[in-house]
Design a protein around this ligand. Structure first.
Ligand SMILES: Cc1cc2nc3c(=O)[nH]c(=O)nc-3n(C[C@H](O)[C@H](O)[C@H](O)COP(=O)(O)OP(=O)(O)OC[C@H]3O[C@@H](n4cnc5c(N)ncnc54)[C@H](O)[C@@H]3O)c2cc1C
Length: 443
């Protein structure tokens, strides 16, 4: 029988292309390790990044290499997998090819899309220039440089009003990332660096956390949101709830009638699915995620799966939406990888392919850290806070970090920071003079 004219020629082993080496894509590749298939993992970065610890890079506790690992190295023992450093630009499901941004094409028999999300400014893209977000290693370094440079600029600024603006840090978004960022910034300004500056008192820095809704951490029970707020306030963070930002520029953040004069705004208020999803021409939800069936494939395209933050799916057991968190992404990746491995094995043996199972999300709980020995968490429906939650947060993040070297390095640096309050990654590597001048520019 001839192959359909618009389909690629038959290939001796099925070709599985995986887009994205994040939590979901990587798990999918690993679950296919024994499959008789040729797996190609494509990522626009050469590393897998542990995003839950990005805020620690942004606040100079860790270096990017501590929370990242080369994808090539992770998959080096997996003989059926190859890694390509490339950016997927669009997907042609009819021709079964992924088009790359450099003009190349990658054909597939099965496709697993796990390219995640990006910063989202609610359609106000112009805010991005004033309020860096936190999604990849470059973002974290940009935040770190801006934060550290502000103290340098303030040390040189004789005008009290300008100094005040330079030392006002506004974090937008009261979810886990905003809470972590604001807490860590307060600790640095109040504990880590005060004795290093001569003209400024870094403990007077204002750190303001803005949240549009009525409470912080809205995925947590109310009493834990309240606890997080109390902890942050005890650490010197001003928490403003019901504060919807209406404009951001180089000099201020505006919330309705209120204007906060500041040179430092950081964005932790939202992400949106990768624009790659739009090229599929299938229904997307309001956050731009692909609405997949309960086997995580796209309706009408049983060979194309979407996993991780890019997928919009309800848990097959509880009916609740599966959240955009790392454990869900890992579980989806493993689910699809195993499902495909089983189907490929059945086809190889000439056996019929059985009907597919539905994805069930195992919710292992939720934790958010606030600062040194302060965190909140819900595990197995039970809420807890303070040191036990923090210790658990620490342990879980160490366990899930990829690479023994990373685990050891991160543990050492956390221990150091815990006992000495010092931050070990306080390098400003980009040229500073112009940026210091900009920070000191007129109020
Ligand atoms: C700052 C921050 C803190 C977080 N904290 C937590 C937390 O504490 N706990 C928790 O559970 N979750 C947390 N999350 C969410 C969690 O990181 C995500 O749910 C998870 O990373 C989703 O995994 P993924 O594989 O879908 O996408 P990602 O991990 O984002 O991976 C996507 C991959 O695709 C690649 N890619 C993107 N576009 C393309 C393209 N066009 N072509 C090729 N490659 C591409 C990227 O380089 C990346 O490697 C946090 C997220 C952020 C940003």
């Amino acid at each position: 029988m001839n192959a359909a004219p618009d389909k690629p020629a038959p290939h001796p082993r099925p070709r599985v292309v995986i887009l994205g080496g994040g939590f979901a894509g990587l798990r999918a590749a690993q679950a296919l390790r024994s499959a008789a298939a040729d797996i190609t993992l494509i990522d626009r970065n050469n590393h897998h990044l542990f995003q839950p610890l990005l805020y620690q890079v942004a606040t100079a506790s860790l270096s990017p290499a501590d929370i990242a690992a080369p994808i090539r190295q992770i998959l080096k023992k997996q003989r059926n997998a190859r890694v390509l450093l490339a950016e997927a630009a669009s997907i042609d499901t009819a021709r079964r090819v992924v088009r790359l941004s450099d003009g190349g094409e990658e054909p597939f028999d099965h496709l697993i899309i796990g390219v995640g999300a990006r910063n989202w400014y609610f359609g106000r893209d112009q805010w991005a220039a004033h309020a860096p977000g936190l999604k990849d290693a470059a973002d974290a370094l940009a935040v770190r440089e801006k934060f550290l440079l502000s103290f340098e600029a303030a040390e040189r600024e004789p005008d009290a009003g300008r100094r005040r603006a330079i030392l006002t840090f506004v974090v937008i978004g009261g979810g886990p990332t905003g809470v972590e960022l604001a807490g860590a910034m307060a600790e640095i300004a109040r504990r880590a660096i005060p004795r290093e500056f001569r003209r400024i008192d870094t403990t007077t820095a204002r750190i303001i956390l803005l949240e549009g809704g009525p409470r912080l951490l809205d995925a947590f029970p109310e009493h834990l949101s309240a606890r997080a707020r109390r902890d942050l306030e005890a650490m010197g963070v001003e928490v403003w709830t019901d504060s919807r930002v209406t404009s951001i520029d180089d000099h201020a953040v505006t919330i309705g009638e209120e204007r906060i004069v500041t040179r430092n705004v950081f964005w932790a208020a939202g992400v949106r699915a990768s624009p790659l999803a739009e090229s599929l021409g299938v229904p997307l939800d309001r956050a731009g995620r692909v609405m997949v069936g309960n086997d995580l494939s796209i309706p009408g395209h049983p060979n194309v799966f979407v996993v991780g933050d890019l997928a919009c799916v309800n848990d097959a057991k509880s009916g609740a939406p599966v959240p955009g968190v790392a454990p869900a992404a890992m579980q989806m990746g493993t689910f699809v990888g195993r499902l495909l491995a089983r189907e490929i094995a059945a086809r190889t043996r000439g056996e019929p392919v059985l009907s597919r199972p539905a994805f069930v999300y195992r919710d292992k709980g939720n934790l958010a850290t606030i600062g040194r020995a302060r965190a909140v968490g819900v595990i197995a429906g039970r809420g807890f806070a303070g040191f036990p939650a923090w210790a658990l947060w620490l342990a879980i993040h160490i366990v899930y970090l990829i690479g023994f070297r990373n685990r050891v390095l991160v543990l050492l640096q956390w221990a150091w920071a815990y006992f000495r309050y010092e931050r070990g990654a306080r390098l400003i590597t980009q040229p500073s003079a112009e940026r210091v001048a900009k920070l000191r520019g007129g109020v």
